[in-house]
Design a protein around this ligand. Structure first.
Ligand SMILES: NC(=O)c1ccc[n+]([C@@H]2O[C@H](COP(=O)([O-])OP(=O)(O)OC[C@H]3O[C@@H](n4cnc5c(N)ncnc54)[C@H](O)[C@@H]3O)[C@@H](O)[C@H]2O)c1
Length: 301
């Protein structure tokens, strides 16, 4: 087998859409779908096999166990445990206590894994760190800031009535309420622009709410962010993705420049205000991580 093998853990709204996007793009030669519930995952695999054949994709879709993920080049984690999110602010952090034990358990089972792990499960900056801490894996990236950045560029393109391709700019920090808009280095058509950070932040918060109110869960945007990231981490294309990676003692989103699958931080210069916002996000994430449920004895690091 010459192409990459990719595993997906979690077969819900986002997992299904990620899987369908990867198969449609024909990115993985082998796609392994893993979930804790056999019924849905068998059904999803059959549907994806139909997609692969009708779309003439090369992807071979199989149902697997967590242990089988060790044979994959990359693993995408999109599980979400059953809980009712009652948070009205910091919505993505509402799943921290519920999702952390499942991430820890999976990380324990993937200790020694040598491939790349993309964490999509929210709150992504905390879950990516938890996964990396427990598994010891060295290539763990959280998805979220690249989606925020894509939405930011779309918004600015809409304000300026230009193609999004002409907009350069990043949203970094936490994927959530403490996202930092790098307004000072944003350009449209290579020219600096005056960005109303307050208006942008409000619009950025309205967008996921618009999607959730319309179709229940965001799914296509994150799937695109995963597909784009997989192309970079697997060395299929070079370029920049804003991903959650170690920043001091926390994980948060910063731009990474990928060359041949290898990532190098590419943080733009920040104004004092932007730096303060980034440090404040780091401090908040540090406190939130300390409050995650302790690892049970048998999976403690
Ligand atoms: N990072 C981002 O940009 C981004 C964007 C959208 C959603 N998300 C997050 O992605 C996650 C998934 O969202 P969703 O809408 O697909 O949720 P969902 O409830 O539709 O699906 C979650 C799936 O995970 C499965 N699951 C639960 N525990 C598991 C375990 N231990 N092992 C394997 N599978 C398990 C469930 O059975 C379910 O099929 C959420 O945490 C959500 O907040 C992140």
């Amino acid at each position: 087998m010459s192409g990459p093998g990719v595993g997906i853990v979690g077969a819900g709204a986002v997992g299904q859409t990620v899987a369908a996007s990867l198969v449609t793009a024909g990115l993985p030669e082998r796609l392994l779908v893993v979930s804790r519930r056999p019924g849905p995952v068998q059904g999803l695999a059959a549907d994806l096999q139909d997609l692969a054949h009708t779309a003439r994709s090369r992807s071979l879709v199989e149902v697997g166990e967590v242990a089988d993920l060790h044979g994959c080049d990359a693993v995408v984690i999109v599980l979400r445990t059953d809980f009712k999110n009652t948070a009205e602010r910091d919505i993505r952090r509402g799943g921290a206590a519920a999702n952390a034990p499942a991430l820890g358990e999976l990380a324990r089972e993937l200790r020694g894994y040598g491939g790349t792990v993309l964490v999509v499960t929210n709150p992504v900056d905390l879950m990516a760190r938890r996964f990396a801490d427990v598994s010891g894996c060295s290539r763990v990236f959280g998805i979220g800031s690249n989606l925020d950045s894509a939405r930011y560029r779309l918004l600015l393109a809409g304000y300026a009535q230009v193609s999004p391709e002409l907009v350069r700019g990043h949203v970094i920090g936490e994927h959530g309420d403490r996202a930092v808009v790098c307004a000072s280095t944003t350009t449209v058509g290579s020219r600096p622009v005056a960005v109303s950070v307050r208006a942008v932040v409000e619009d950025l918060q309205r967008r996921p709410a618009l999607i959730r109110n319309g179709i229940g869960r965001t799914r296509c945007g994150p799937a695109g962010a995963v597909l784009s990231t997989l192309r970079k981490v697997l060395g299929l294309v070079d370029g920049i993705e804003e991903l959650s990676v170690p920043y001091g003692d926390v994980y948060l989103g910063i731009p990474l420049r990928f060359t041949g699958g290898q990532a190098a931080p590419s943080l733009p210069s920040l104004t004092r205000f932007e730096r303060l916002r980034l440090d404040s996000a780091a401090s908040s994430l540090r406190d939130a991580y300390a409050q995650l449920p302790a690892l049970p004895e048998r999976i403690a690091t």
